[in-house]
Design a protein around this ligand. Structure first.
Ligand SMILES: *Cc1c(COP(=O)(O)O)cnc(C)c1O
Length: 406
């Protein structure tokens, strides 16, 4: 989207505001489809936790996506958005059997990543098809915080536990219909991904009734100029060949599943906030915005980089700033950034604000969660109102003074 469009939306709707560009989501979705066009059955399941506004889910459903979910609440959101339960996969970690059973009752595909749970579930429901999440112990990511394939990870069933897994399946007579891995965010190296895929194929051979193989996600998108982006075309070419070969050997046309979050929505999102004040200190100039890690916590949580631009001054002099929030804790969005001269009341935009941004927002400091706007058909549509005071106290229970004095 153009800077003028973002500024106009921020002024029309009032900041702070998240803005999502529908065209970018569509472009990313089609790029994946095209890269894997030689695979007969392809399913792109959008990872709902990246951005879960029901309008975004509906939009992706209309594009033809399935849904990847990690909680029964996300499954319910998916159903509300119109997804067929058959197109929803539930890939939780550390949830109770009650939650899994609830999702089974909705008709969604379940994915189990723990042997104790698999045995318990298989004993109770041997006829329900189950996908299993494997940990191939391959790290495709760079950042330790978001790499989930390593040996100490809490995710997945270790490939070294396959003999035990097979015993459970044999004993319970349960039906394993899918094999899954998700090796973590940020795949830099396609060879690493292909290596993990071979481990997945080897595991898949041990099961006779599969209908799909799910390769997870972790596709990398650029956050700043010069960043490497996962080469989807190259991955598509190489993995499709291997997948089609595997299907021929296996004797059945399986479905190739991906579950991208970031790849589909990261670059489509913008967060725009007004500048409250510009504060000169002994070491830097702070631009203090009308927001904080209550709205956008990735920079503080993961040290992630979000490009910042001054929408109100697109051609002025560049100066160095530390952009911070209003939360009573250190909440630095970016330090020592070169940004065009900032004045009070200017609007700053944070790029790559589609994935894991609104969905990680909170009410810390008793602040309201911001509004969301969907840019579609050349127009901005409000898809979430800003919260109000009532939202903050809705679930609080007032005790009487008598009780409080006791
Ligand atoms: C979070 C998650 C994804 C999405 O990861 P991205 O890096 O956003 O693409 C996919 N699958 C599972 C199981 C996840 O937990």
């Amino acid at each position: 989207m153009r800077s003028q469009q973002l500024l106009k939306i921020a002024k029309d709707f009032g900041g702070p505001v998240y803005i999502y560009d529908s065209e970018k989501i569509k472009t990313q979705y089609r790029k994946l489809e095209i890269a894997f066009r030689s695979v007969k059955n392809l399913s792109i399941n959008y990872a709902a936790k990246a951005l879960s506004n029901v309008n975004i889910l509906k939009y992706l459903n209309n594009l033809g996506a399935g849904l990847d979910t990690v909680s029964f609440q996300e499954v319910e959101l998916g159903l509300k958005a119109g997804f067929d339960p058959k197109d929803i996969i539930f890939t939780p970690n550390g949830v109770s059997i009650d939650e899994i059973e609830k999702v089974v009752s909705y008709g969604a595909q379940i994915n189990i990543d723990n042997l104790a749970m698999l045995e318990q579930f298989g004993n109770k429901h041997p006829s329900v098809p189950v996908c299993i999440r494997i940990n191939p112990h391959v790290m495709a990511g760079g950042n330790n915080n978001i790499s989930v394939g390593h040996i100490d990870s809490k995710f997945g069933i270790s490939i070294h536990q396959i003999p035990h897994l097979l015993r459970i399946v044999e004993n319970t007579k349960m039906n394993i219909n899918g094999i899954h891995m998700h090796t973590g965010s940020d795949i830099l190296d396609i060879e690493v991904f292909l290596h993990a895929s071979e481990i997945l194929f080897n595991t898949a051979r041990k099961f006779k009734r599969l209908s799909f193989i799910d390769f997870g996600s972790g596709f990398k998108v650029p956050y700043k100029k010069g960043d490497i982006e996962t080469n989807i075309d190259e991955l598509g070419e190489k993995l499709s060949v291997r997948f089609n070969e595997f299907c021929r050997d296996y004797g059945r046309e399986l479905t190739l599943v991906f579950e991208p979050g970031k790849y589909l929505v990261s670059e489509a999102g913008y967060f725009v906030s007004k500048v409250n004040s510009v504060k000169q200190t002994t070491s830097t100039v702070f631009a203090q915005i009308e927001s904080g890690f209550n709205h956008l916590m990735r920079p503080m949580f993961y040290g992630s980089y979000h490009e910042i631009e001054n929408l109100s001054n697109l051609s002025g002099e560049e100066r160095f700033y530390s952009v911070v929030g209003y939360i009573c804790e250190t909440d630095t969005f970016g330090s020592n950034r070169k940004i065009r001269e900032i004045k009070e009341g200017d609007y700053l935009v944070f790029k790559n604000a589609g994935a894991y941004c609104f969905s990680m927002s909170s009410n810390y400091n008793s602040r309201f969660k911001p509004k969301e706007v969907f840019w579609i058909g050349g127009e901005g549509h409000l898809i979430r109102r800003e919260e109000k005071f009532d939202d903050l106290i809705r679930n609080q229970v007032d005790l009487s003074n008598e009780v409080l004095a006791s």
